[in-house]
Design a protein around this ligand. Structure first.
Ligand code: ADP
Length: 246
């Protein structure tokens, strides 16, 4: 049986009575690359906020590797193995590309493992291998400030991977990218998906088509609208309706 990396039961998040998420059920196997789509305001960001512990559920359960993470503080959830990539790259602009990766992988090795004894389930990646994976090996010694927006996105994804997360959350990685950069980021996610569990929330349907080999989950008004393979989902009349209504 495939193990579940994430199981969410009856999740409701209310902000002053407004339900950003409304009785949502969600389940994902380890090793999946799940894409979550839905119109603006569907609850996608709130969904990631709950998984990372930034927002507390009003109701429901969130199980990460079988363990209920409701009420666990955000920094501890990160240490348990959930890495999140925000829309805007957060790299150290005054460091080289390599130093950005070194910094977080050393932090992981020395600080996290020593102090908190977190076991690394994924094989430890060398920074050299990671530079190649993110396609920045020829730019390793350049200042991160000289990278294009797409390269910064890839660097930040590399910085997350350097911390060996069990689950990688990626928030609209194609936002603001050129077509070529979008394809590069998509190819990177597909290659990482061979060894990682990934949730990507995304608005750009071209990009979704590129990366959605596994299941796609469609949210609408805080609830599950439908779920399935991309070709099923994009022909679903309910999905067409909510996207046309935007
Ligand atoms: P998406 O990421 O799919 O665009 P969000 O999760 O950002 O959707 O938002 C879902 C709904 O919840 C929106 O209507 C938004 O205005 C509302 N919302 C999100 N965060 C808050 C908050 N902190 N306080 C009040 N309303 C919020």
């Amino acid at each position: 049986m495939m193990s579940k990396i994430l199981e969410i039961e009856d999740l409701t998040v209310s902000f002053d009575g407004f339900k950003a998420l409304n009785n949502l059920n969600f389940s994902m196997n380890a090793g999946e690359l799940r894409v979550i789509i839905g119109p603006n305001g569907a609850g996608k960001t709130t969904f990631l906020d709950v998984i990372t512990g930034k927002v507390q559920p009003t109701k429901g359960r969130v199980l990460f590797k079988g363990r209920n993470i409701k009420k666990i503080p955000e920094f501890k959830i990160a240490r348990m193995g959930i890495g999140r990539k925000f829309q805007t790259p957060r790299v150290y602009l005054n460091l080289t590309v390599r130093d950005n990766l070194d910094l977080v992988s050393n932090q992981n090795k020395n600080v996290l493992s020593t102090l908190f004894g977190r076991a690394n389930n994924n094989e430890t990646r060398t920074v050299g291998g990671l530079l190649e994976t993110i396609g920045l090996d020829t730019k390793a010694n350049l200042s991160a400030s000289l990278l294009s927006h797409g390269e910064k996105q890839r660097l930040e994804i590399g910085m997350l991977v350097a911390q060996s997360p069990d689950l990688l959350l990626v928030d609209e990685p194609a936002a603001g990218l050129t077509d070529e950069e979008t394809e590069n980021v998509g190819a990177l996610l597909l290659s990482l998906a061979q060894s990682h569990s990934i949730i990507a929330i995304e608005h750009d349907m071209e990009f979704v088509r590129q990366i959605a080999n596994d299941k796609v989950t469609v949210l609408h008004q805080g609830a599950l609208l439908c779920e399935g393979k991309m070709d099923e989902v994009q022909n679903d009349p309910r999905v067409i309706e909510v996207y046309l209504g935007e």
